[in-house]
Design a protein around this ligand. Structure first.
Ligand SMILES: C[S@@+](CC[C@H](N)C(=O)[O-])C[C@H]1O[C@@H](n2cnc3c(N)ncnc32)[C@H](O)[C@@H]1O
Length: 252
């Protein structure tokens, strides 16, 4: 069994289940022979494949280990269509929207962890720049635990332009920078849509983008290391905004 040109392997139990739950186009699911099919996630995967008439094949453990040695395949993979980015014109803004803008994230492990944290905080829309950014790869799908299938990812040629359009639509823009004066918990996140800009692992958010922000914030730190991993910083800031909106009754 091989994938056809441009198809993707979705690797691991949760990523496969989330892809199925999100109705992501999947052609085939492959399960390791001998594993317990009554286990909750597997049972749910099989329910989806039956309902949607998706073919299921069984293969030996060796087959999985040979092909997916470096990934934690957990005895389940799916063969799906290439990841579909959305067009920025489809982005719908609500009063409680939390939007994420990623300024040239390079590492697939980071992108996967960012998407997972963002989706858990209720983010529906993530904007990335076409050039110099990590794409949604099989690693990103797996590390995100399938969260990539529940968010819209927009690839744009110019982040400054996307930010300007969000501002025209009354979205408040929050940049992040290690040298910011404002602290992330000093901002009032209630009653407005917000977009957060997280920066490249090496040189952070570009100065030109920071100039366009309504706020620039930092997470205060006490340790000796100079910065947090970008996925951790994303989780801290997004969950603060989410918490305020939740307490404010913005999610019905
Ligand atoms: C590893 S850091 C970049 C460090 C880079 N040397 C710099 O000077 O910005 C990557 C991204 O994580 C986020 N980040 C990490 N630590 C942060 C902090 N303490 N406050 C705010 N954002 C932080 C920011 O979005 C930053 O651009």
């Amino acid at each position: 069994m091989d994938k056809i040109k441009n198809e993707y392997f979705i690797i691991g139990r949760n990523p496969v289940l989330e892809a199925l739950r999100a109705h992501y186009p999947i052609r085939l699911v492959i399960i390791q022979e001998g594993i317990d099919l009554k286990e909750n996630i597997l049972n749910a995967i099989l329910t989806h494949t039956r309902k949607n008439e998706i073919q299921v094949l069984f293969r030996e453990k060796n087959w999985f280990d040979r092909r997916f040695k470096i990934m934690n395949h957990q005895g389940v993979i799916a063969v799906g269509a290439p990841y579909e980015y959305k067009d920025i014109s489809e982005l719908k803004i609500k009063k409680n929207s939390l939007i994420l803008i990623l300024d040239r994230i390079q590492d697939p492990q980071n992108l996967g962890a960012i998407v997972r944290a963002a989706e858990c905080a209720g983010v529906k829309d993530i904007i990335i720049q076409e050039r110099e950014s990590c794409e949604v790869t099989e690693t990103v799908m797996s590390i995100s635990s399938g969260a990539v299938f529940h968010v819209n990812i927009y690839k744009v040629s110019n982040l400054a332009q996307a930010i300007s359009e969000l501002k025209e639509n009354r979205v408040w823009i929050v940049g992040t920078d290690l040298n910011a004066k404002d602290l992330y918990f000093e901002i009032d996140y209630k009653n407005h849509p917000f977009a957060f800009i997280m920066g490249n692992e090496g040189d952070g958010v570009r100065k030109g983008l920071l100039k366009e922000c309504d706020y620039v914030v930092k997470i205060p730190m006490r340790g000796r290391v100079n910065s947090l991993n970008v996925s951790v910083a994303t989780g801290i800031i997004l969950f603060k905004a989410f918490e305020e909106k939740l307490k404010n009754g913005e999610y019905k």
